[in-house]
Design a protein around this ligand. Structure first.
Ligand code: DGP
Length: 114
């Protein structure tokens, strides 16, 4: 896959407001927030899209979701709730081709999404 802006953030080549990091996962605030809390959880090892994920990525994908849930709980967001989103390819609205989980919180979410 081609290098992305998120790979540059992982390598600390460009700045980001990092809120969580472990061996496998990095989380930082979205540059263009769509809610009072909008954090992106990415694997340090890049996978372009959910469509590119394979069974060998199952643990890593699970870690992304669990990291988002733990962050939301630690920030006191879990009781009111939040939304986690993975956009995939054009119709999904994906613009950065390094898989990421959006964590959106701090306001009422609506359904269906736009
Ligand atoms: P998506 O559309 O699902 O691919 O989401 C990509 C998100 O990434 C979008 O909400 C804006 C955010 N974003 C793009 N470039 C940067 C950047 O350089 N830094 C940060 N923090 N977020 C970015």
């Amino acid at each position: 896959m081609t290098d992305t802006i998120f790979a540059k953030i992982v390598r600390r080549e460009i700045p980001a407001d990092i809120v969580y990091e472990d061996d496998d996962v990095l989380a930082f605030r979205d540059l263009n927030p769509q809610a009072p809390v909008h954090v992106l959880f990415i694997p340090k090892r890049p996978i372009a899209t959910l469509d590119d994920a394979s069974p060998g990525d199952a643990e890593l994908l699970g870690k992304l979701l669990l990291a988002a849930a733990a962050y939301a709980r630690a920030q006191g967001l879990a009781k009111d709730g939040y939304r986690t989103v993975v956009n995939t390819n054009t119709h999904g609205g994906q613009t950065v081709f390094h898989i990421h989980v959006h964590l959106l919180a701090g306001r009422q979410m609506h359904w269906p999404p736009g």
